[in-house]
Each structure stands twice: as structure tokens, then as C-alpha cells.
Write a protein that binds this ligand. Structure first.
Ligand code: AP5
Length: 212
């Protein structure tokens, strides 16, 4: 199954992608995580991406399409993948089409803006492996320590209230038009994000036809 997860920043794409990945045994491919890794490692790509990410803007189509193309060519993606955060512009969607990539479902996770801001302020991510938590809705077992690798969890640099507002604006202007793009293909399915992660996952699995 080749899936695209669409939704505003903080809507829960990464959280649901992780659950789908565990259920179907296909990789979660997050362009945001790949870019953050590049920034952390100080690679040339990371240096080129950093300014846009820090201000809440999108990284250039050229950079992101390049890393996505390389990633989906890796062997673990041969039997399916979940695109988390890509495409983000109509140009990126068109690039995916021109690569000949077949998409089965585009799943939009919808959450109203006011809920988004609360979620972002409580999000913590692991410095080591990038795993994502929420101090209230998805806490680590030991406060401040990642359950998966034991490294410290921190607040993401682009989760400050001002940057979140600018990311929401960018989403509305540049990414929301993708809903029409995929609605025309008949592949768009929308799920409303619930207060509890598990309740959203249940709706997501039902929408994808993979519930037990
Ligand atoms: P990226 O990392 O993709 O960020 P994003 O789309 O803004 O999405 P987030 O990771 O912030 O949120 P999410 O929807 O995954 O929510 P999460 O599951 O974490 O991109 C970062 C930056 O990289 C961009 O700004 C851009 O600069 C660049 N970039 C990336 N891809 C790009 C592209 N294709 N083109 C150009 N630039 C690109 O959930 C949020 C919080 O809420 C968590 O704490 C979680 O635990 C909690 N939560 C989740 N679900 C629930 C629930 N149901 N109830 C309560 N809490 C919940």
C-alpha cells in the first residue's frame, strides 16, 4: 500500500504514520525527519534547508523532491510506504506523478487550528532517534527520556507559538490546494483527529480498511 498523509502541522500525521507503519510493516517516510537529521548532521543539504525550516517556511521543491526520490528507491520501500509530509505543494505532487509512483490513498487528518496550537506546545521529540511524544497525550514513561532509545526529549525548534502560526499560514496557502488535487483522483479520504491518539488511530485504520 502506498499512502500519503496530508494535514496541517501538528495534526498528527507523524503519530498516525507510526501506527500504520507498525500495523502494515511498511516504512514511514517523513521528509521533515530527514531534513531535521540533515540539519543536525550539518550536511550541505541541511545547511540549505535550515533557514526555511527555522522560519516555518517550506524548503525548496528541488531539495525535497531529490531526497524523496532517493528514499523511495530504497529496498524497504519496495512493498509500500507512508509519505508523511510529502507532497507539500502541487509541484511536489506533480513530481511524484511524473516518477510513475502509484498512490492508493491520500489520508487527510483534519484538526481545527485552535487544537493545533495546544498540541504543538506540548510536543517533545527525541534528540537521538526523533521519536515524537506529547507531555499530556502521549507521555514518555520516564519524564524527558525517550522510551525507544533512552536519549533526552526536547521541544522542536519550530514549535514556538510564532513559528507555528506561520507554518499554519504556509499550510493554507501552499499545501491545502492538494486536497482538491487529490479529490479529483477520487483517492482523498478525510479523518477528523480526536482528543485521544488511540481514537484517531481507530478511525484511520477503519478509513484504510485495515481495522481488525
Ligand atoms: P514536518 O516535520 O513534516 O512538520 P509538519 O507537517 O509541520 O508536521 P508536524 O511534524 O509538526 O506534525 P504532525 O502532523 O506530524 O503531528 P504529530 O504527529 O507530531 O516538517 C517540518 C519542516 O520541514 C517544514 O516546516 C518545512 O520547512 C520542512 N519540510 C518537510 N517536508 C517538506 C516538504 N515536503 N516540502 C517542503 N518543506 C518540507 O503530532 C503533534 C503533537 O500532537 C504530538 O506531540 C503528538 O503526540 C500530539 N498528538 C497527535 N495526535 C494526537 C491526538 N489525537 N490527540 C492528542 N494529541 C495528539
Amino acid at each position: 500500500m502506498n499512502l500519503i498523509l496530508l494535514g496541517a502541522p501538528g495534526a498528527g500525521k507523524g503519530t498516525q504514520a507510526e501506527a500504520i507503519s507498525a500495523k502494515l510493516g511498511i516504512p514511514q517516510i517523513s521528509t521533515g525527519n530527514m531534513l531535521r537529521e540533515a540539519v543536525k548532521n550539518g550536511t550541505e543539504l541541511g545547511l540549505r534547508a535550515k533557514a526555511a525550516m527555522d522560519s516555518g517556511d517550506l524548503v525548496s521543491d528541488e531539495i525535497v523532491i531529490g531526497i524523496l526520490k532517493d528514499r523511495i528507491a530504497e529496498p524497504d520501500a519496495a512493498n509500500g510506504f507512508i509519505l508523511d509530509g510529502f507532497p507539500r505543494t502541487v509541484a511536489q505532487a506533480e513530481a511524484l506523478d511524473s516518477m510513475g509512483v502509484r498512490i492508493d490513498t491520500v489520508l487527510e487528518v483534519y484538526v481545527p487550528d485552535e487544537r493545533i496550537c495546544a498540541r504543538m506546545s506540548g510536543r517533545r521529540v527525541c534528540e537521538g532517534c526523533g521519536a515524537s511524544y506529547h507531555i499530556e497525550y502521549k507521555p514518555t514513561t520516564e519524564p524527558g527520556i525517550c522510551d525507544k532509545c533512552g536519549c533526552k526529549t526536547v521541544q522542536r525548534a519550530d514549535d514556538s507559538p510564532e513559528t507555528v502560526l506561520s507554518r499554519l499560514e504556509v499550510y493554507k496557502e501552499k499545501t491545502a490546494p492538494l486536497k482538491d488535487y487529490y479529490a479529483q483522483t477520487g483517492k482523498l479520504v478525510t479523518v477528523t483527529g480526536q482528543e485521544e491518539v488511540a481514537d484517531t488511530t481507530k478511525l484511520v485504520f477503519e478509513a484504510l480498511g485495515i481495522a481488525d
